[in-house]
Design a binder for this molecule. Structure first.
Ligand code: AMP
Length: 214
């Protein structure tokens, strides 16, 4: 099995797809968003700065995210899916250095595309388990929790992310589009980029991903 990067506008479902890879193929899932949120919930010295940036829909500094990622990559063994990193060319180059240092490589870079109005609908329905990070969506029947507002697995109350409001989302989406264009060109020129269109149904998107990686 080979290492994968998912690049996608926020709320496209890259975490859901990553979890499907974990469940079916035992991938390690490295989400920079989750690493950052863990710093916040553990109340580390970086917690306040990170929380402010995330809640406002801004990107956290390249230095902080890259450091957290490097530590995480050292902890895992086996194939991994990287979700949320790189977000810009600086991060892509940092990643190349870290991979080289640790004798690792990336085999697939998959861009999952989505239209802005569909993404906004999703963001408005998104609920997350604060314990296992499973993502639910009240906007999509097959992604609703079995019981309103309760995680199917942990049986605890689901939360709405503070940055999942229309204003912060539009900001995140615009930052994403501006930063990601050059990144996609960078990977396209290297001939390592696959592009798929996101489907409303996670299984359909997953089938498209499997066609690329298997
Ligand atoms: P996501 O769930 O991937 O949309 O990420 C949520 C938030 O976490 C982003 O809006 C950023 O504030 C922060 N974040 C996650 N990954 C990165 C990254 N690679 N670089 C900078 N900030 C990040």
């Amino acid at each position: 099995m080979k290492n994968i990067i998912f690049i996608a506008p926020p709320a496209t479902g890259k975490s859901t797809q990553s979890k499907m890879l974990v469940e079916k193929y035992h991938y390690n899932h490295i989400s920079t968003s989750n690493l950052l949120r863990k710093e916040v919930s553990d109340n580390t010295p970086l917690a306040n700065d990170i929380k402010k940036m995330i809640d406002a829909g801004n990107l956290v500094s390249d230095e902080i995210v890259t450091k957290l990622l490097e530590v995480e990559l050292k902890k895992i063994s086996g194939p991994f899916v990287l979700d949320g990193y790189p977000r810009n060319i600086i991060q892509a180059k940092n990643l190349e250095l870290i991979l080289k240092k640790n004798n690792l490589n990336i085999n697939y870079i998959i861009y999952i595309d989505i239209k802005l109005d569909e993404a906004i609908k999703r963001v408005k329905g998104r609920l997350i388990c604060p314990q296992c990070n499973k993502v639910y969506n009240t906007h999509n029947n097959i992604m609703k929790p079995k019981h309103d507002n309760i995680c199917d697995i942990c049986l605890i109350k689901l939360i709405v992310r503070p940055d999942d409001n229309e204003e912060a989302y539009k900001k995140r989406y615009n930052i994403f589009v501006n930063e990601i264009k050059p990144l996609l060109e960078y990977y396209n020129e290297k001939g390592v980029l696959s592009v798929i269109e996101d489907s409303l149904y996670p299984d359909e998107t997953f089938n498209k991903i499997e066609k690329i990686i298997l």
